[in-house]
Design a binder for this molecule. Structure first.
Ligand code: SAM
Length: 249
């Protein structure tokens, strides 16, 4: 552990062994495809995967942004990044990886159309997490969006109850447990647009970088996602043909 993270994800804790454990826990390609179809991605977008690990989320996102889009992934772990490079070699989308902390990223202001992050914020100390949110707001274009997928307070379901003791004992997870992200993001200029449970204790929240043209392409896509009511997800025709539950705001 460094002052920037909880676990190192180096050696056997990262790369291919990490992916095996994730798959066994139900976080394989199907989960990431579902996440990627819950957010307003469009062909040609330039996206940032924050704490990308082995790039599970951004590889799924690549299927939606296509060969005209590109992905920059950042992570602290060399093992994770090395394996992410191997996995992304055959993708039609251009991938570039950077080893750095998410609270100090080497990008110009207003570079990205979208930022995504999965299962990583609970791994960061609180001050690093707050710095990361500020960095995401800085590097997003106005009107761009940030999609945060991570553990959250479980809703009433058997799958959610499974995580209950785990979440309550992790001081790192307090922001997740207390759903602090809408307030933290709003203070950084990121406004909550959609809030969806992907499963019993995993949430996907989409925030828009304020200051954009509200009728622009991305703002329109985000609002279209919000306007889908009832039990239909933002993108109900996703790859698995399953509608996700949308928290309408
Ligand atoms: C549980 S893994 C999730 C990885 C990936 N996003 C996924 O969905 O599989 C958490 C990742 O966060 C990375 N991480 C933790 N703290 C970080 C920080 N301050 N900056 C960048 N990456 C960090 C770790 O190295 C690890 O790869």
């Amino acid at each position: 552990m460094t002052e920037k993270n909880k676990l190192s994800f180096e050696g056997l804790a990262g790369g291919a062994p990490y992916d095996v454990v994730c798959r066994l826990a139900g976080f394989g390609p199907r989960f990431y495809r579902r996440a990627a179809w819950s957010i307003p991605l469009r062909p040609g977008m330039r996206i940032l995967d924050v704490a990308c690990g082995t790039a599970g989320f951004s590889l799924a996102a690549a299927g939606r942004i296509g060969s005209d889009g590109s992905v920059d992934g950042v992570d602290l772990s060399k093992t994770q990044l090395d394996y992410a490079r191997v996995k992304s070699e055959k993708s039609a989308t251009r991938f570039t990886f950077h080893r750095c902390s998410a609270d100090a990223m080497p990008f110009e202001d207003k570079t990205f159309d979208a930022a995504i992050s999965s299962l990583a914020f609970h791994e960061m100390p609180a001050e690093v997490r707050r710095g990361t949110i500020l960095e995401i707001a800085r590097v997003l274009k106005p009107g761009g969006f940030f999609a945060l997928v991570d553990w959250t307070r479980p809703r009433c379901s058997p799958g959610g109850l499974f995580w209950l003791p785990l979440l309550r004992t992790f001081e790192y997870s307090a922001d997740n447990w207390n759903n602090a992200y809408p307030a933290l993001c709003e203070a950084a200029g990121l406004e909550l647009l959609t809030d969806v449970y992907l499963r019993g204790a995993v949430r996907c929240q989409v925030f828009e970088r304020v200051g954009g043209e509200r009728d622009g392409l991305q703002g329109h896509a985000c609002r279209a996602a919000c306007d889908t009511g009832g039990n239909a997800g933002p993108f109900p025709d996703g790859p698995d043909g399953e509608a996700s539950r949308t928290g309408r705001l």
